[in-house]
Design a protein around this ligand. Sequence first.
Ligand code: SF4
Length: 471
Amino acid sequence: MIDSETRHKCGVFGIWGAPDSAHQAYIALYAQQHRGQESAGIAVSDGQRLDAHVGMGLVADVFTPSILSQLKGKAAIGHNRYSTTGSNRACNAQPLLRDYIGGQVALGHNGNLINADLLRNQYEQRGHIFHTSTDTEVIIHLLAAHQTSKADSLNEALQHLQGAYSLVFLFHDRIEAVRDPWGWRPLVLGRTKQGHWCVASETVALDALGARFEREVERGEIVTLSDSGVASRRFADAQGPALCIFEHVYFANPSTHLFGDTVQIVRERLGRALAAEAPVEADYVVPMPDSGRTAALGYAMGSGIPYREGIVPNRYVGRTFIRPEQDERDAAVQLKLNVISDIVKDKRLVVVDDSIVRGTTTRGKMEQLRRSGAREIHLRISCPPIRNACYFGIDFPDPETLVANERSVDQIRDYLGVDSLHYLSLDGMLSCVSQPPGHYCTACFSGRYPIPVDQPVSKLSLEPHQLRMFT
Ligand code: SF4
């Protein structure tokens, strides 16, 4: 259970050629709401000018029918966002829309750049002014700095980025969709029934539009959507890959087809693998809603123990971890999950969840199960202990606050107050996805980072004529 300030950044979408492009973007953002709930935005192009509306809150809060109707254009990009700590400010909401030396550009970003601070520092020392605290804004500065008569300023700008990025740019005459050479974050290409090309973080957005999944945007590829249709070029050789396994464990929508697997089916397999690795005699398999539900189903199928929902969610309370303040978060957790004592009383329970971050919520729920009369609690987690920071787009809290930091599994079991605890092994987790184990990033579990994260580099070397001030 993600019970902390863990945040994902973010979901992106783009569509070219649709007369109701803003409305299409709205539907896609709605479908990808799980990827970011603190702000949302849509930028449109009518072929000449760009316009945008961004705001704090859920998609349905940010966009009223009247706002949507004012966003006219044949192309749109959209963005759902979580903020990083301390930066849940309206100015950071995306897409970022800027005037620059090349005209207008709007940009949405999913991922995290590990050399953004370095690049920003260098630009600021040269007089550039930044208006947000996001790592995304530096990309627009790079774009401007490389806007010369040379053919491909985007390609040039991308050469400077290190880290995870699935990007969607909107220019007046085209959309450019970019996936980093390692492919941490998903990005897919689709086509609507009306023949309009679109890109999205997840296939669930394509499904919501009735669009057909065409293919993934490849690692190191730029896909261009325009009046001429779709085109592709490379800006880098594919590396890795380093597909984020945590997308499968927790973040992606269950119906999404991701990195060659359907998320729901992977989660069932994770539960079955858990049952094989850590069998126990029990009366019921109980999911932690909603995050542990599918893995619990898999555990029940694998073990033959009946599945029962002994903890039920209040559907009118949002995901707990989107609340910026701790007090609000704790209150929301209490409101969100209720234990049904008639189901759990005097029973031996296998409780299944997808992950534990800080453990405070899990501990509270285990106490509640005890108070409700549970005889035994055997906790099963469908991924290994999270012990390391993520630098590629998932904001886990400070590693020191992770429950698995410098605690053994036995110590975590004691802290949580359960009779037994088992985390799915790394090999067990990787056996549930279809690509070879080396194709996934597992750094938050294993500590093995695909690229060095402590030595961000910059190749920034600008000639004076390339320096541009912009507002
Ligand atoms: S460190 Fe963990 S959360 Fe981050 S990209 Fe790698 S697997 Fe995903």
